[in-house]
Design a protein around this ligand. Structure first.
Ligand code: KG4
Ligand code: ZN
Length: 337
């Protein structure tokens, strides 16, 4: 069976093909021009998706050595994401499914991330604890099986990736901030500046807005209101900030390891590409004797391989979607939450 996956929820256009469980193509076209604007401009994103999606599909078919009519199932991200951007991939996928008379499966973007560990050779084992850390979401979940996801907590304000991006912008590093902060942090002292870790009523919830304000206050008090931080001070600031984000995330992971009977831990989404947080997560895994599954960097950020994979599991469970439906599938197991 040949499954086509399409992802256009934000600033990456991606097309993937999975054949009988084997990933044959996963092409990602990143829209780097958003960096000039300091963040993703929704209208420009939609336009760029529109321009690249057809040639990208052609390339993916070539890579997988398939003709378009050999596709058996068409899937696409249906939300959450930028509405205009989503509509490009979703409408393209629906049009393709209609003209080829093939099955269509709409995929929730976060579910794509949640199951992205299965793209690795060493796969998660159910039930697993899943930390979703992306630019738009921060969630701690117990994934019981392919259809039951239980939410333990979520961010009450900014997402972890958003915090990286906003702090990077504050210190003039540009967008996306995560990789740049990681780079500076490698040369800095993580204990140089003490930033606070938020405490909330639900011990599994996250909050990063206080940390963002603490960074701003630190910059104002050290460098004045124009926040012009000298290059030589960037590594310590980046390392101290990164450590605080990591501590905030991993405290909840440790708590869940103590309170829930889980077989393994998975960390997914763009921030899961962060080497420092990855290493800290591996240490937590060792401490609680749990396997840690973190997707390779190519599957941490937005990609269509995770969408095609998730579609394959939904299809296996007899889930498919009508081309007329405009409803975005909510995170499965919402009734469970
Ligand atoms: O999952 P993703 O590609 O898109 C969303 O679904 O949001 O995540 C993008 C986020 C951005 O905020 C980016 O700064 C962050 O992931 N990110 C990182 C790193 N690489 C990407 N954050 C920290 N360290 C990194 N190495
Ligand atoms: Zn994402």
């Amino acid at each position: 069976m040949n499954i086509l996956g399409i992802e256009t929820s934000c600033d990456e256009t991606s097309v993937a093909i999975i054949t009988n469980g084997e990933l044959r193509a996963n092409l990602v076209a990143s829209q780097d021009f958003h960096a000039d604007y300091g963040g993703v401009v929704p209208e420009l994103s939609s336009r760029a998706h529109l321009q690249i999606i057809t040639p990208l599909l052609r390339k993916a078919l070539q890579k997988a050595e398939l003709e378009v009519n050999e596709i058996d199932l068409v899937s696409a991200t249906a939300g959450p994401g930028l509405i205009g951007a989503l509509l490009v991939g979703l409408t393209f996928a629906k049009g393709l499914a209609y003209s080829l008379e093939k099955t269509f499966v709409a995929v929730n973007h976060i579910e794509g991330h949640i199951f992205s560990g299965f793209l690795m050779d060493e796969k998660p084992e159910y039930p697993y604890l899943c930390l979703v850390v992306s630019g738009g979401h921060t969630l701690l979940l117990v994934v019981e099986d392919e259809l039951r996801i239980r939410k333990l907590g979520a961010t009450v304000d900014d997402a972890a990736g958003e915090a990286f991006d906003k702090v990077a912008k504050m210190i003039g590093l540009g967008y996306p901030g995560g990789p740049k902060i990681q780079l500076y942090a490698e040369k800095g002292d993580e204990n140089a500046i003490k930033f606070p870790v938020s405490r909330l009523d639900n011990p599994y919830n996250f909050s990063f807005s206080g940390l963002k304000t603490a960074v701003l206050r630190h910059l104002q008090s050290e460098y004045g209101s124009d926040l012009r931080i000298p290059e030589k001070d960037l590594p310590d600031l980046a390392a101290s900030f990164q450590k605080t984000v990591s501590d905030s995330l991993l405290q909840k992971v440790e708590l869940a390891c103590r309170e829930y009977d889980i077989k393994c831990i998975s960390m997914v989404g763009g921030v899961a590409a962060n080497e420092y947080i990855k290493n800290k997560m591996i240490e937590v895994g060792k401490k609680y004797i749990k396997n840690v599954v973190i997707p390779g960097i190519e599957y941490c950020g937005d990609n269509a391989a995770m969408i095609a994979y998730r579609a394959s599991t939904l299809h296996k469970n007899n889930i498919k979607h009508d081309l007329n439906t405009n409803a975005f599938p909510s995170l499965r197991g919402d009734e469970f939450i």
